[in-house]
Design a protein around this ligand. Structure first.
Ligand code: NDP
Length: 493
């Protein structure tokens, strides 16, 4: 046990009570637990509660009990959410340490940009919380329709392990800003920072029961959460395979879903691009968070005449990346989340030629799940490697000959999450915007996002959006009331 944990996490969590329900910490009703370990060196961090249907029911009921008063006071919601943003900024170091221990992301990110992103989401949606007006529709002289926007009530949220604090903030901020209450299950691999966030939200004045956090395994928590009669909507972030299962269960229960799923995003590099910037963008995008980024543009399509030169630029940049202990402030890349995910990356790479013979910056921690940044140039276009999301620090480069082929290759995937295009031609940039089937298209940039920028996958990358006003719209439903000033006359009269 790292002593830092004892100082940072709520004491109840360390005593196996990691279910935050109605503002209190509980064990699972059947006292079940699961071990949370660090990807850095595989050391045990703590035993977390393993929630089951009875715990889900308790959490949903707590959210239901908090729903009416939370829905009715937009200015209170705005004030509390701004205080949560302040608490996040005020505890950057603690949040960073916990997230780095639990997810392996470098401390320079978890205590840095991630904090501002998470806090910024609460600030952004706080600005919306007291401005959710409806509208009126004139219907001739005698009738008026009033269209109100109402919260759904209790929303069930399930999240992924790769950016735990930001993923939690991305769910919680828009959901509660719109007057909903919620139950969130963070991923089993990296739940700890969400538990610290719970404590900070409570300190900021979030009323008990508005957000409830339950730890546990997906299938055990997912089914009772999705099918619970008090849960009106499901918001899920994770793989496309699990997203299909979640959507099927929600569809059977006639509940709408927000799904933020996987990707196999392309980066397109044309001969007229600033190649040095493009190579540094490709390396950043492919290897950031050890490749465990949903919008990673690690499928790099390069116009043939510059392929060798561009590959050499990427190799030179990748070989000097500092990979190792994520608590070292100079480390750029930490471990992969788990032994299972590391094995999956290795399996997708098996049989491929790899450019990882020279990595002066690769210093894995003994026992950790590390993989060197790897660039692949020879692979079969129909292989699993070429078509499946890898979610590891692996870049694949291949050539195209014409612009038409570039758009066609970029779109030749079941996914449609993100794309990055490097060109100095306005015409090509405009073509990219029109022709790429993708939730976001970055032109001469990559991973440039803000709380206000909607990001929603096309095709098998999802349904709905995260961020922006679009995310909030999903967490409100409309109610129309038609009032007649004069008496209503039946056509049958
Ligand atoms: P998974 O789909 O394996 O898991 C995501 C969440 O779903 C976890 O909390 C998991 O629980 C839970 N889960 C698993 N099975 C079920 C089930 N049957 N019913 C309900 N919930 C279930 O994804 P990963 O955690 O591996 O995350 C990586 C994936 O997430 C990648 O595909 C990535 O692209 C995607 N992602 C997409 C983002 C986007 O915005 N589009 C953002 C971030 C990630 P448990 O913890 O027990 O596994």
């Amino acid at each position: 046990m790292d002593t830092k944990l004892w100082d940072l996490l709520p004491p109840a969590c360390l005593a196996k009570s990691t279910l935050w329900i109605g503002g209190e910490w509980y064990e699972a009703a059947d006292s079940g637990t699961f071990a949370v370990s660090s990807p850095i060196d595989d050391s045990a961090l703590l035993l977390a509660s393993r929630a089951q249907a009875a715990d889900v029911d308790r959490a949903v009921r707590a959210a239901g009990a908090a729903a009416a008063s939370w829905a009715n006071n937009g200015s209170m919601r705005a004030g509390v959410m701004r205080s949560i943003a302040d608490e996040i900024r005020g505890h950057a170091q603690e949040l960073g340490v916990i997230e780095t221990l639990d997810s392996g992301r470098p401390i320079s990110e978890t205590a840095g940009a991630s904090i501002e992103h998470a806090a910024g989401l609460f600030d952004y949606y706080a600005g919306l919380a007291d401005k959710l007006h409806g509208s009126s529709v004139p219907m001739g002289n005698e009738a008026t329709a009033i269209v109100e926007r109402e919260p759904f009530g209790v929303i069930g949220a399930i999240s992924a392990w790769n950016y735990p604090l930001e993923n939690a903030a991305t769910k919680i901020a828009p959901i509660i800003a719109c007057g909903n209450t919620m139950v969130l299950k963070p991923a089993e691999q990296s739940p700890l920072v969400t538990l610290l966030l719970a404590q900070l939200m409570q300190k900021a004045g979030l009323p008990d029961g508005v957000a409830n956090i339950i730890t546990g395994f997906g299938p055990e928590v997912g089914t009772p959460l999705i099918t619970h009669p008090l849960v009106s909507k499901i918001s899920f972030t994770g793989s496309t395979a699990t997203g299909r299962r979640v959507a099927a269960a929600a569809g059977e229960a006639l509940k709408s879903v927000v799904l933020e799923l996987g990707g196999k995003s392309p980066m397109l590099v044309f001969g007229d691009a600033d190649l040095s910037r493009a190579a540094s963008a490709a390396v950043f995008s492919a290897f950031k968070n050890a490749g465990q980024t949903c919008t990673s543009c690690a499928r790099v399509l390069v116009v043939r005449p510059i392929l060798d030169h561009f590959t050499a630029l990427c190799r030179a940049a990748a070989e000097n990346l500092r990979v190792g202990d994520p608590f070292d402030p100079t480390t750029q890349i930490g471990p992969i989340i788990s032994a299972k995910q590391l094995a999956r990356v290795r399996q997708l790479m098996s049989g491929l030629g790899r450019a990882q013979d020279c990595h002066p910056g690769f210093h894995p921690v003994p026992g950790g799940h590390f993989f060197p940044p790897t660039i692949v140039t020879k692979f079969a276009p129909d292989s699993d490697f070429a078509r499946q999301e890898i979610f590891g620090p692996v870049m694949a480069l291949h050539a195209f000959d014409t612009d038409e082929e570039a758009w066609q290759l970029a779109n030749d995937t079941e996914y449609g999450l993100a794309a990055s295009v490097w060109t100095s031609s306005i015409h090509r940039a405009e073509q990219a915007r029109r022709l790429l089937v993708s939730g976001i298209v970055w032109i001469n940039c990559v991973h440039t996002l803000s709380a206000g920028t909607p990001l929603g996958g096309h095709k098998a990358s999802g349904i709905g959006s995260e961020y922006g006003l679009e995310a909030a719209e999903q967490y409100m439903k409309t109610k129309t009331t038609v009032t007649m000033s004069k008496g209503w006359n039946s056509p049958f009269a």
